[in-house]
Design a protein around this ligand. Structure first.
Ligand code: PLP
Length: 385
């Protein structure tokens, strides 16, 4: 089981980073639940000394995701936020970062409440406008931090154009690719230097683990991230690494179904008289549909739609039966949520309005159930609205 250079995406997902276990031949990389490794003699060991620094299950996951994203190396962390925290240690006080204005709420909190204390400065821009990115870059700008599509309004950033603008000014580009998943979009193919994931979402895909990963392309970044992963120690545990490794094997077929189900539900909602507006990059009416076709494979598993009022949104949310009312996304089961009071409750109301998170907006992380059951569930709940 040695992967050829020419191996294709699904094959990479299943095999990259994994060889039969050297001691038994087990086809699946075991959960190496150990804290330390016995040395044969002083200074003689198998490359494993202490489990914060090295763990074979984690190493398999890291090699697997590096290959999936088309990067050179990956580093797995205890959560998506720990992965983001590690990336931000590439910066020093006085540095400036340009950020997509509608990032994941936890990203905004990390930057504003934690990293500002260390004299990092942030400017939030509508990164769907490449010109706005360019004009926010200053001499001290060191990082462009992008998220596309955004949550929950599904606005896109032109990755190739943004990377070009940033690189011309020597600015490193990091992309939070959690929402799309690497099946749908591979930012490194468009020039990104770093890719971040909350593995909690599509990569694991089964709503049973929390983790994060950073994929890097540059040797200086790889050297630093390896150092900081050990120095700060926010590593993913072996059980979680194993669960994500199990998840990535089925990423392509899960994403095909997420894409297809989301497309079908978006079309159903767009033609429903009680729905005011649907946000989904796969709809021809989406303002960036052409860009979506250019940089995404399928259009992802998330849709959001407006119902006209908070009351109507509440009625819908209280009347779905199959869809579970919950935060998070990317699992095989469909989750439905109310961004204004759930995931984005900590965002001030004026700012929520600015970025389009109205009180009547509902978000669905479309799972891989039979799409007719999902449609029926929405149709029933809409009839109560
Ligand atoms: C969930 C999420 C994170 C944070 O990941 P955790 O695993 O919850 O720490 C970061 N970015 C995006 C886009 C997410 O959806």
């Amino acid at each position: 089981m040695k992967l050829r250079e020419t191996a294709r995406f699904s094959t990479i997902c299943i095999h990259a980073g994994q060889v039969p276990d050297p001691s038994t031949g087990a086809i699946i990389t075991p959960i190496y639940q150990t804290s330390t490794y016995v040395q044969e003699a002083l200074g003689q060991h198998k490359g494993y000394e202490y489990a914060r620094t090295q763990n074979p299950t984690r190493a398999a996951l890291e090699a697997n995701i590096a290959a999936i994203e088309g990067g050179k190396a990956a580093f797995a962390f205890a959560s998506g936020m720990a992965a983001e925290g590690a990336v931000m240690t590439l910066l020093q006080s006085g540095d400036h970062v340009v950020v997509t204005d509608n990032t994941y709420g936890g990203t905004y909190r990390l930057f504003e409440r934690v990293l500002r204390r260390y004299q990092l400065d942030f400017t939030y821009v509508d990164s769907s406008k490449t010109g706005d990115i360019a004009s926010a870059i200053r001499p001290e700008t060191k990082l462009l931090f992008l998220e596309t599509p955004t949550n929950p309004t599904l606005r896109l950033t032109d990755l190739a154009a943004a990377c070009e603008v940033a690189h011309r000014r020597n600015v490193v580009v990091a992309v939070d690719n959690t929402f799309a998943s690497p099946y749908v979009q591979r930012p490194i193919d468009f020039g990104a230097d770093l890719v971040i994931h909350s593995t909690t979402k599509f990569l694991n895909g089964h709503s049973d683990s929390v983790g994060g990963v950073v994929v890097a392309t540059r040797d200086d970044h790889i050297e630093w991230l390896r150092f900081i992963q050990n120095a700060e120690g926010a590593i993913i545990g072996p059980m979680d690494a194993w669960l994500v490794l199990r998840g990535t094997k089925t990423l392509p077929i899960r994403m095909e179904r997420h894409n297809a189900n989301a497309m079908a539900l978006a079309e159903f909602l767009a033609s429903h008289p009680k729905v005011a507006q649907v946000h989904y990059p796969g709809l021809a009416a989406h303002p960036q549909h052409a860009l979506a076709k250019k940089q995404m494979r399928g259009f992802g598993g998330l849709i959001s739609f407006a119902l006209g009022s908070l009351e109507r949104a509440r009625t819908l949310l209280n009347n779905v039966r199959l869809m579970a009312l919950a935060e998070s996304l990317g699992g095989v089961e469909t989750l439905i949520s109310h961004p204004a009071t759930m995931t984005h409750a900590s965002v001030p109301p004026e700012r929520r309005q600015q970025i389009g998170i109205t009180d009547d907006l509902v978000r669905v992380s479309v799972g891989i159930e039979d799409v007719d059951d999902l449609k029926e569930d929405l149709a029933n709940a809409l009839s109560a609205v």
